[in-house]
Design a protein around this ligand. Sequence first.
Ligand code: E4P
Length: 218
Amino acid sequence: MKFFVDTADVEVIRDLADTGLLDGVTINPSLVMKTGRPFLDAVAEICELVDGPVSAEVAATDYPTMIKEARRLASIADNVAVKVPLTRDGLRTCREMSEVGTMVNVTLCFSAAQAILAAKAGAAFVSPFVGRLDDVATDGMDLIESVVDIYDNYPGWSTEVLVASVRHPLHVVAAASLGAHVVTVPPKVIEQLFAHPLTDKGLAAFVADWERTGQSIL
Ligand code: E4P
């Protein structure tokens, strides 16, 4: 399973890129707003930090403007995945950009029917939002299971299931159990993935015992 970070914060991305665990980045307009930075500059900087796909979202909702924005974003770097909403205009943009070899991430997917359309439109990624479904008392992971099953029926489809709107570590574990191709994780949840109190306790004991040996490895 590929591991993306869901943030537009360049410093956080730089820090994670250093771990070698990062396969890509997803950004949305709300995340851009939080940084207060010029969007296009941030995308260019992030694309240099990360080799994998960097999803940068169009702002327009109408096809004529969306396709222009998509081309502008795609021109920033080869690893830009243009993000479009799961609408008629978004899928039309997806089809056109995919045909010229640009990766497209179709976002705001909330049903299996929508995910089928994204695959038909040639999307590189479809992003079902699990946390936002959970918020309305619908199990987001049921959607992931269903989309993974459907896509498995059609080996010719190359769209990857990108689990988005992740809220906690169990979403990541469930995504992996279901065979999702990608999970995009907020920085806070990435920190939670590393953490276990028994790791901290065990390490403290090993460090103390090693000091008592009076030895050095180097
Ligand atoms: C993914 O591409 C989206 O940016 C993101 O996962 C949305 O998450 P949220 O529902 O926590 O805003």
